[in-house]
Design a protein around this ligand. Structure first.
Ligand code: SF4
Length: 297
């Protein structure tokens, strides 16, 4: 059985060789430097999961983020979020938080491998009797280009398609929360307490949050199934020919070097592999063993 996540698809479309190192060879760098964006996003997701799980409790959200990366920023974000959405969300029915799915991918022509689609949703809510995904994102800026991108987001399409299959009920759209990352720094003559207060004030102002309710086009889920089948046939093609081509354009993006650059650039990759990479059982780090269960509230 092979696992397919939206993240592994993204890796393959970015660079097939990178996909091969990570998801076929199961190699991960020994020293992983998690990006600022990833650590920040993880901390905020933890806080929001606690917030919705505890029936919109800001205290529970802040408690869940104690000692996290950039705690002062995350606390300010959660405080502003509570201030902005508490009233609106009190009429939302929170169905599930942080739910996992695991679904067999069917109807794959000439593909003998048993593929399973997996993922974890931020949440599931009910609005006017219909189910919507709840999705949180952090962004450096919330501009028109970012908002337009939300309407063509493969990740939410993938989650909605396979989670609908799992629960046997249609998910009609996404309640999409975008939270802006403040670039503020502590001033020279400012105490840490003053800085924290200033961050909270920042997150109480306009422009730090955006919420978009996306309703899926009726044909979207079929499109997602077709696209998933297309990606899998491309992966299968590389597996069959043993040719995982490199996309040099992806070696350095957003000023970050690819984690597999050392392997790609080495004259003898076997020496590098032993020194800098470890082989793991499950390279899908965002997915611990799924039990296909979910927590209902
Ligand atoms: S270093 Fe470049 S070519 Fe090599 S795996 Fe990474 S993105 Fe692909």
């Amino acid at each position: 059985m092979k696992i397919l996540t939206q993240s592994s698809i993204k890796t393959f479309t970015s660079c097939p060789r990178k996909y091969w190192y990570k998801f076929e060879q199961n190699l991960l760098p020994i020293e992983v430097e998690e990006s600022d964006a990833l650590q920040w996003g993880t901390a905020l997701h933890r806080g929001l999961a606690a917030y919705y799980s505890a029936n919109l409790s800001l205290d529970a959200a802040i408690e869940a983020c104690k000692g996290c990366y950039k705690e002062e920023f995350v606390v300010a974000m959660l405080t502003g979020y509570d201030n902005r959405y508490r009233e609106e969300d009190s009429s939302l029915k929170i169905v599930e938080v942080e739910s996992k799915f695991s679904q067999t991918i069917r109807n794959l022509k000439r593909n003998k491998t048993h593929w399973v689609a997996r993922g974890i949703l931020d949440g599931l809510v009910e609005l006017d009797g219909e189910l919507y995904l709840l999705e949180h994102k952090t962004a450096s800026d919330i501009d028109v280009a970012y908002i337009e991108k939300i309407w063509a987001d493969f990740q939410t399409m993938f989650y909605a398609t396979y989670y609908s299959q799992q629960i046997g009920r249609d998910i009609v759209g996404v309640l999409y929360n975008v939270i802006r990352k403040s670039q503020k720094r502590q001033g020279k003559n400012e105490s840490f307490e003053q800085f924290k207060d200033r961050l909270v004030e920042t997150y109480l102002t306009e422009g730090m949050y955006h919420r978009e309710t996306v309703v899926f086009d009726p044909g979207l889920k079929q499109k997602c199934l077709d696209e998933t089948a297309y990606y899998l046939s491309a992966i299968q093609h590389c597996r069959y020919y043993g040719n995982w081509y490199k996309n040099y354009g992806a070696c350095s993006q957003y000023r970050t070097q690819c984690q597999y650059f050392k392997l790609c650039a080495a004259p003898d990759p076997t020496i590098i592999a032993g020194n800098y990479y470890k082989r793991v059982d499950n390279p899908h780090r965002e997915m611990e063993e799924p039990d296909a269960s979910s927590t209902a509230y």
